[in-house]
Design a protein around this ligand. Structure first.
Ligand code: IPM
Ligand code: MN
Length: 372
């Protein structure tokens, strides 16, 4: 199969993690006889430095003319600490989500046995095995509503608005996903306070009658934040609006052991975009220590999107293999860690079948895979 992929490295650790995914995709292409053609585009602080805009026209054009976008990360401390900055890196990712109409952000979380000790939760039946997926609305709500700041700076306002259509299109995807999983859907909202949440609830209640085999559940977001800690195993598909989804998914991500592991797919009108949920982690940029798994699993979601399911499954298996055998980055093993690029190399070795069962950790040197 031929696919055109736009690579957006972005800021901070974006380039180094995305390069590992590129290696993995190239290995998959070679093994399965696919052809992936890449084009690079700029977004975020890197784009502001180069062009003055967080989302150059050229980036949108390239993205629209490709089958998928693989994105790294966005954000730079020089803007975080300057509330007066007119142009902000984050406008780049928000802008491309809008431009590509990526209304559904899909964030799966599964726990790995080998990383159990990293969970901030005490081990028990409520977190023994977590397997959930968050469907976060991505192109509306308070992120995109009207914004105002008083000229004298004495007040500011952000508006949260949703249309029935915006809710219905993502809700349908979430119901379908639940049908292919454990058949449970939880809508997270704040319907005891917010009009927008009451609209979400109304639409989801109506749709629930069309999906009678799905057990549909409703939860206020404050309670959901608590339930995510008390009993995360209860969740299957979570459906929620933009900002609640942003917050709940960061909370959920640490239950898997590291924020660096969690991938995401954003789908919408045409071109889909794939990105790890972690940020640009500027303190680690250029040090080859960031976790590439979030990006590589995002690339696996891209392969699934291309209907390359065997390829995606193999990439996931390779990631699990590195995690199970301690070939992990510093966020997971602060002392005995492997470099970003080594983990990427090992995953490629695994894909190529170059890892044999008898291989022991001693045979793999730091930084460089010695397996032949
Ligand atoms: C995410 C990020 C973004 C968001 C930021 C960088 C704008 O936190 O993708 O979760 O809030 O959506
Ligand atoms: Mn976020």
């Amino acid at each position: 199969m031929f696919k055109k992929i736009t690579l957006i490295y972005g800021d901070g650790i974006g380039p180094e993690v995305t390069k590992q995914s590129e290696k993995v995709l190239n290995t998959v292409a070679e093994l399965f006889g696919h052809q992936f053609e890449y084009q690079r585009a700029l977004l975020g602080a890197e784009a502001i430095d180069a062009t003055g805009a967080a989302l150059p026209e050229d980036t949108v054009e390239k993205a629209l003319n490709s089958d998928a976008v693989l994105f790294g990360a966005v954000g730079h401390p020089k803007y975080d600490n300057d509330p007066n900055a007119k142009v902000r890196p984050e406008q780049g990712i928000l802008g491309i989500r809008k431009a590509l109409q990526l209304f559904a952000n899909i964030r799966p979380l599964t726990t790995h046995k080998s990383l159990k000790h990293l969970s901030p939760l005490k081990p028990g039946p409520t977190n023994e095995k977590i397997d959930l997926v968050i469907y976060r609305e991505l192109t509306s709500g308070i992120y995109f509503g009207e914004k105002q700041t008083a000229e004298d700076g004495s007040w500011a306002a952000d508006t949260c608005k949703y249309t029935a259509e915006e809710i219905e299109r993502i809700a349908r995807l979430a119901f379908k996903a639940a049908g292919n999983r454990r058949k449970k859907l939880t809508l997270i909202d704040k319907a005891n306070v917010l009009d927008t949440s009451r609209l979400w609830r109304k639409i989801v209640q109506q749709l629930a009658t069309e999906y009678p085999d799905i057990n549909t559940d409703y939860m206020f977001v404050d309670n959901a934040a608590m339930q995510m800690i008390l009993n995360p195993a209860q969740f299957d598909v979570i459906l929620t609006e933009n900002m609640f989804g942003d917050i709940i998914s960061d909370e959920a991500s640490v239950l898997g052991g590291s924020l660096g592991l969690m991938p995401s797919a954003s789908i919408g009108a045409k071109t889909a975009l794939f990105e790890p949920i972690h940020g640009s982690y500027p303190q680690a940029a250029g040090k080859d220590i960031a976790n590439p798994i979030g990006s590589i699993l995002s690339a696996a979601m891209m392969l699934d999107h291309f209907e390359m399911h065997d390829e995606a499954a193999l990439v996931r298996e390779a990631c699990t293999w590195t995690l199970a055998n301690g070939f992990v980055t510093k966020d997971i093993a602060p002392i005995n860690f492997y470099f970003t690029s080594t983990v990427g190399d090992l995953i490629c070795d695994y894909l190529q079948g170059r890892i044999v069962d008898s291989v022991k950790q001693d045979n793999i040197e730091l930084r460089k895979s010695t397996i032949i």
